[in-house]
Design a protein around this ligand. Sequence first.
Ligand SMILES: NC(=O)C1=CN([C@@H]2O[C@H](COP(=O)(O)OP(=O)(O)OC[C@H]3O[C@@H](n4cnc5c(N)ncnc54)[C@H](O)[C@@H]3O)[C@@H](O)[C@H]2O)C=CC1
Ligand SMILES: O=C(O)C1=NCCCC1
Length: 308
Amino acid sequence: MEHMKFISASQVKNVLTFESLIPQMEKALAKFSDKKVVQPVRSVIPVKESGGFFGLMPSLCSEDNVLATKLVSFYPNNKDVPTHNAVIAMFNASNGVPEVIVDGEVITAMRTAAVSAVATKFLCNKNPKVLALLGSGVQARSHYQALSTLYTFEEIRVWGRTKANVDSLASELNGTACHTAEDAVKGADVIVTVTSSTVPILKKEWVKPGAHINAVGACRPDWQEIDPELMRSVSLFVDSRDAALTESGDVILSKADIEAEVGEVILGKNGGRKTATEVTLFKSLGLAIEDALSAKLVCDLLSSSNSS
Ligand SMILES: NC(=O)C1=CN([C@@H]2O[C@H](COP(=O)(O)OP(=O)(O)OC[C@H]3O[C@@H](n4cnc5c(N)ncnc54)[C@H](O)[C@@H]3O)[C@@H](O)[C@H]2O)C=CC1
Ligand SMILES: O=C(O)C1=NCCCC1
């Protein structure tokens, strides 16, 4: 390990774009559901003293020569440092030698939103006009950017727990700061839940027929962001069935039936949305292969920018 490389967050930020990442995440979801990826459900250790969690996310995709693991911490109570921190360690899949460590903070922010963009592309009705963001942190910003790569929204609405953050995000996005979650989601075509809430914040009666929801928070088996009645009424898509049934309080506690993995929709094994009026919901937990293929993309982009 004489020559281990490190790629910093600012290097990642300089080369990674949603235009390049979204197709890569479509590939990651499809390969995962096509069983081309070896990946256990992540192991998570609660760090009780600080209310934080530490997760280990390994994956192998031999056809891409990718062997990697993300180490991620999420400390929802952090104030002066980011709530989510990560590194992605890349190994040579042929000989097992570690080659590069990539900062995972920007990748986690961007790949999660890119994955939601893919789910939205496959599940949403055509021409969504109103986007509602519930949450005003890192993922809210990132989801706006990723979804705006695919769609031109006429209206952006933001709601969150902290008024100052909601006001500043809404003004940054030229959107509307909403006083209640209900105000934000009424009539919205695409709804994104990106909070650290552990109790439901989105109710069934607020959601318009035909809406699409990306449910991104609540990654613990006893945490929820979505009203269980809404969970049971939607067409439910997930990134991984195994992960959803192990980690998602929204899925486990509501006992909602899973329609398919989004990767199965991409592969054409499931038809996705069946009617214009049903509500589709993508429950995202985050897959290790998303991180591995994002880190590989960063390495490839950096080496092509260095050689030109
Ligand atoms: N599915 C996935 O792949 C990933 C999911 N996440 C999850 O997405 C969520 C958002 O992550 P970030 O934006 O990075 O975190 P962040 O810390 O930047 O933002 C969290 C947001 O949640 C709000 N919030 C906290 N408690 C709340 C409550 N009780 N009610 C309403 N709002 C509340 C905060 O005010 C803030 O706006 C978290 O739950 C996080 O764990 C994060 C990364 C990947
Ligand atoms: O996939 C990830 O990375 C995360 N998922 C859930 C919350 C922590 C980070």
